[in-house]
Design a protein around this ligand. Structure first.
Ligand code: HEC
Ligand code: HEC
Length: 239
């Protein structure tokens, strides 16, 4: 039983590895793999999916419809070592800025519905309430601004480079906040998320990630064109 059920998983691992090799070797040769953009990003979809996760479980973040400046910054960051993930860095090594920008624009322009699904959580009501407070109000005494002050009250992100916090798996959210605390993730200077992350305890990270992963997508899931107020801290970016 176990042997049979582990087989498809092992094969999908082999397939992804092979695709990484193909994209990687093309990248060495010409900094731009051959084929149309839709063909070239097939390898990305193998891990990220087209629409992201319906249940809030799993790990891979959705790409479709995120602000293009944000996606571009992340691709630069994986390539240049500000973010670490061995598959991502391997895939993007040797790709030019112009090509990364093209891929970012491609995913940003994808207008796909979010998958319908029921999101559940085993977090306590107290934890979820703490998460809700931090996201909506922050904790002024501890130097934590409200997340909605930058990520928008809809939590759908803001053009050009603030990402959405809805529609992401809990594990992914917690891991990213943890990576800022352990200094494994860096954004362009000034790195506002590093300042905020370092004021969060492990319990805060669990609370915000649990609450965020439970939120349904708003009727309009698109990032806002701009924020109604100035951000509480300055954030960097090349865009
Ligand atoms: C083998 C699986 C795999 C493949 C293939 C893959 N990715 Fe990823 N990608 C990941 C993982 C895992 C993460 C999260 C890494 C982390 O924890 O920081 C990620 C993160 C990202 C992010 C950051 C998302 C965010 O919200 O910050 C972007 C952008 C991205 N990938 C783009 C791509 C593109 C473009 C391709 C195709 C060229 C691709 N990925 C192929 C596994 C993959
Ligand atoms: C001052 C503005 C600001 C505030 C306040 C803020 N953020 Fe962010 N956040 C950003 C920016 C800008 C980025 C993109 C950083 C980068 O390019 O890597 C980001 C990225 C993130 C990411 C990564 C998303 C992904 O797809 O990988 C998470 C998770 C996150 N923020 C959570 C939070 C939480 C939780 C709070 C509240 C406790 C918060 N942020 C408050 C500006 C802010």
């Amino acid at each position: 039983m176990n042997r049979l059920s582990s087989r498809p998983l092992r094969w999908s691992g082999v397939l992804v590895f092979w695709m990484l090799q193909v994209l990687g070797s093309a990248a060495v040769a010409q900094t731009q793999p051959p084929g149309s953009m839709a063909q070239r990003v097939a390898v990305c979809i193998a891990c990220h999916g087209r629409e992201g996760s319906a249940s809030g479980a799993g790990y891979f973040p959705r790409l479709a419809g995120k602000p293009s400046g944000y996606l571009y910054n992340q691709l630069l960051s994986f390539r240049d070592g500000r973010r670490s993930n061995s598959d991502m860095s391997y895939l993007l090594r040797n790709l030019s800025d112009a090509y990364l920008r093209e891929m970012a624009d491609y995913f940003a322009a994808l207008d796909l519905p979010y998958p319908a699904g029921v999101r559940t959580s085993d977090a306590s009501l107290e934890t979820l309430e703490r998460g809700r407070q931090l996201v909506l109000d922050g904790d002024r005494q501890r130097g934590i601004p409200a997340c909605v002050g930058c990520h928008a009250s809809s939590l759908t992100g803001v053009q050009p480079d603030v990402p959405p916090l809805v529609g992401l798996p809990r594990l992914y959210l917690a891991s990213q906040l943890g990576a800022w605390i352990t200094r494994d993730r860096h954004a362009m200077a000034p790195d506002c998320m590093a300042r905020i992350g370092r004021n969060l305890t492990t319990a805060d990270v669990n609370a915000v990630a649990s609450w965020l992963a439970l939120q349904p997508m708003p009727a309009d899931p698109k990032p806002l064109p701009s924020l109604p107020r100035k951000m509480p801290l300055d954030c960097g970016g090349p865009t």
